[in-house]
Ligand binder design. Structure first.
Ligand code: SAM
Length: 225
């Protein structure tokens, strides 16, 4: 990419952090650092490159979206990734563009990300191949509402599509001492839920902000419309 353009995006990222993230309370340094470095412009469709850092979700393909930067930062912060991130194994359900997976990998985590739509899984792979930390991410094509048992248990699970309920399979695949962040509700509005599994195996839930995601479609999600 020509160096002038690279500088423009760097500036846009910085402005995004200082106008959208810190004023809304995002304060984890690793999260801010990742948001300030992961190039969101490579994860959006060509016509949306000029608005890649706007304060909103953007359309991808097949009616899917890349989440608003604030929501990506908030969900990442809510995961409470330990400082020794390299030891943290994460399952993401809903790869979409690959941007959220890139933010987690930038922090140092190992990410398995499951995407239902094969062409979006390919889009994400192409995007992620441009980054030096892509080797920490494995993209799987399939129904992530059932998780991905092959790589379980996971220290953290992040679901980036709206679920009608917390899928029991995902709770099962969460390690003891682990945490999941998932939007739950109906097709129009959801609440971000933080699920903690204590070392005893006891589950506790905390409800967070209202949000709106595209639906999780699959066995433990909504039916395809
Ligand atoms: N995290 C993404 C990013 O950074 O671009 C945005 C995710 S988008 C809001 C939701 C994604 O979840 C869509 O790509 C959709 O196809 C996917 N999805 C929906 N149901 C799914 C399922 N059962 N398993 C895996 N992916 C699913």
């Amino acid at each position: 990419m020509d160096p002038d353009k690279k500088d423009i995006f760097k500036q846009m990222r910085l402005e995004m952090v200082y106008s959208q993230l810190t004023p809304r309370g995002i304060k984890n340094n690793a999260v801010l650092e990742a948001m300030n470095n992961v190039p969101r412009e490579i994860f959006v469709t060509e016509e949306n490159i000029p608005v890649a850092y706007h304060d909103c979700p953007l359309p991808l393909f097949f009616g899917q979206t890349i989440s608003q930067p604030y929501i990506v930062a908030l969900m990442t912060e809510l995961l409470k990734i330990p400082e020794k991130a390299a030891d943290t194994k994460i399952l993401e359900v809903g790869t979409g563009s690959g941007y959220q997976a890139a933010v987690l990998a930038y922090i140092g985590c190992r990410v398995t990300s499951v995407e239902r739509i094969p062409d979006l899984a390919s889009f994400a792979r192409i995007n992620l191949a441009k980054l030096p930390y892509a080797d920490r991410i494995t993209i799987v094509n399939g129904d992530g509402s059932e998780g991905f048992t092959q790589a379980s248990p996971y220290d953290r699970i992040i679901v980036t599509a709206a679920a009608p309920e917390i899928p029991p399979e995902l709770v099962e695949q969460l390690a003891r001492g682990g945490r999941m962040v998932i939007p739950c509700g109906d097709l129009f509005t959801q609440q971000l839920i933080v699920v903690d599994k204590a070392s005893s195996g006891k589950i506790s839930l905390e409800k967070g902000i209202a949000c709106r995601f595209v639906p999780l479609i699959g066995k433990e999600g909504f039916e395809s419309c």
